[in-house]
Design a protein around this ligand. Structure first.
Ligand SMILES: [Zn+2]
Length: 207
């Protein structure tokens, strides 16, 4: 068996304060927490301290399996309380709960930080006019000029990776997303589908 030894499991639990590193769900006896392999065992990931992290069962299930996406996933913190419905659904999931989950998705209840162009008011994403204009400008500038990502980022006070993230953020289409699941949100879109698609095409070309 190449499972994580009990000794190592306890060591990692202690290191991570018996809490999920994404949503902060904590459990002093370790129940509901999982040892997550950042690089999966199937892909050759080891049972080493660096490759192991404590996640709750929900975040564990939703975590992307490649390292790069995982870093992004983990840096995007969410409030564990908002995952309660998901946590319960791990054990038994009724139709009603499932609908409730979808509803809270749509309302964006899992969102803790508004992306540029929006502000969070009572857990709802409200368009911020000047921010939204700025986001639109950025999309159009990227699509219609040959200005490099680095230059556009600098101009708009973003890092290059922050800019890429912004250009790929489907929130601007009015969608809400938790890990890999996406649905139509209740907030107003800032970018129309055509512009968004063209930008994804261009991003794909420059790699
Ligand atoms: Zn979690």
């Amino acid at each position: 068996m190449n499972n994580v030894s009990l000794e190592r499991r306890n060591k990692i639990l202690e290191r991570d304060n018996y809490a999920c590193q994404k949503c902060s769900f904590s459990s002093p006896n370790g129940k509901g927490l999982e040892i997550h392999h950042i690089i999966s065992k199937v892909s050759g990931g080891k049972n080493s301290d660096l490759n192991l992290m404590i996640l709750c069962s929900v975040c564990h299930r939703h975590a992307p399996d490649n390292e790069k996406d995982f870093k992004e996933f983990i840096s995007d913190k969410i409030d564990g309380n908002l995952l309660e419905t998901f946590r319960k659904s791990d054990y038994s999931i009724s139709k009603k709960t499932k609908l409730g989950m979808i509803e809270s998705f749509k309302k964006g209840l899992h969102i803790t930080k508004a992306p540029r162009g929006y502000q969070l008011v009572n857990k709802k994403l409200i368009v911020n006019e000047s921010g939204a204009k700025n986001v639109k400008d950025i999309f159009e500038e990227f699509l219609n000029t040959n200005t490099s990502l680095t230059q556009i980022a600098k101009k708009h006070n973003l890092t290059t990776s922050g800019l890429k993230k912004l250009l790929m953020n489907t929130t601007y289409l009015g969608k809400v997303k938790f890990a890999n699941e996406e649905s139509q949100g209740e907030h107003i879109s800032i970018i129309d589908e055509d512009l968004f698609k063209s930008v994804q095409n261009k991003l794909g070309k420059i790699g």
